[in-house]
Design a protein around this ligand. Structure first.
Ligand SMILES: Cc1cc2nc3c(=O)[nH]c(=O)nc-3n(C[C@H](O)[C@H](O)[C@H](O)COP(=O)(O)O)c2cc1C
Length: 234
């Protein structure tokens, strides 16, 4: 780990200068499958809980109830989590490394299936329809959490492009961005009285599941979202 850290460190003012700006603009291909327009809650419609309360409420779900969440809740999570983060490696503004792929198990108003999120168009593109709870459980390291969640949100990035521009340190950047996006998913979920948990996964199997669309990308992070089993029983 020390060697990796050293190999991805900036050692001079010149290296810092080269690091900033000129981030590669990765674009998703224009949707080719069916698209679903998303309608996230507006500022006025959002829960008014102060951030401190949400942070206190937050905690990784240990068991999800197999009950649906609403499409507007998922839309709000995606919208709020992907508005960009201020970082010197994400310049010009609006640049992002991670794309959002989803396995939808139980979202009211959305057929179960595999989707990719087009943040600029505010739409979900359906990659394949079907009940993928069992596959989701397998992809999330053979655990129940991703099988029982309402939706599994995967962050995928094209490492070749990022490492080509930023070198070894690009891997830190892509992980940092996915970490912050996931943190925002947690907050957006718990604000809406939903639950979430970060999960580990089988890298290659996830890419295979979302291919051809995800071909060439790598999985960086997975967050499962749903209703906590305890509150779902109420
Ligand atoms: C990157 C990451 C990977 C995780 N992987 C798993 C996992 O594979 N299985 C699991 O049950 N929890 C997983 N978790 C959830 C952690 O176990 C949980 O966040 C940790 O116990 C701290 O609890 P808290 O988030 O409630 O504070 C993961 C969390 C993160 C951030």
């Amino acid at each position: 780990m020390s060697e990796i850290h050293t190999a991805s460190s900036l050692r001079s003012a010149e290296e810092v200068g080269t690091w900033r700006g000129n981030a590669p603009l990765a674009k998703l291909p224009t949707p080719a499958g069916p698209v679903i327009q998303l309608h996230p809650y507006s500022d006025a419609e959002m829960a008014r809980d102060p951030i401190k309360q949400v942070i206190l409420r937050r905690g990784s779900a240990r068991k999800f109830g197999q009950v649906p969440i609403e499409l507007r809740q998922l839309s709000t999570i995606l919208d709020r989590a992907t508005r960009g983060i201020p970082a010197d490696f994400l310049d010009p503004q609006g640049t992002h490394f991670n794309e959002v792929y989803l396995i939808v198990n139980a979202v009211e108003g959305l057929d179960p299936g595999a989707y990719v999120y087009h943040r600029d168009r505010h739409v979900l593109e359906c990659l394949k329809a079907g009940n993928f709870r069992a596959q989701a459980g397998h992809l999330g390291l053979d655990q129940q959490l991703p099988a029982e969640a309402a939706v599994d949100i995967f962050f995928l990035a094209d490492l070749q492009i990022i490492l080509g521009r930023f070198g070894n340190r690009g891997y830190r950047a892509v992980q940092l961005e996915a970490g912050i996006l996931s943190g925002k998913v947690y907050l957006a979920a718990y604000t809406q009285r939903l639950s979430a948990t970060g999960l580990t996964f089988y890298d290659d199997d996830v890419i295979q599941f979302f291919s051809l669309h995800a071909h060439g990308k790598s999985v960086i992070m997975l967050v499962a979202v749903g209703k906590n089993a305890k509150s779902a029983q109420v």
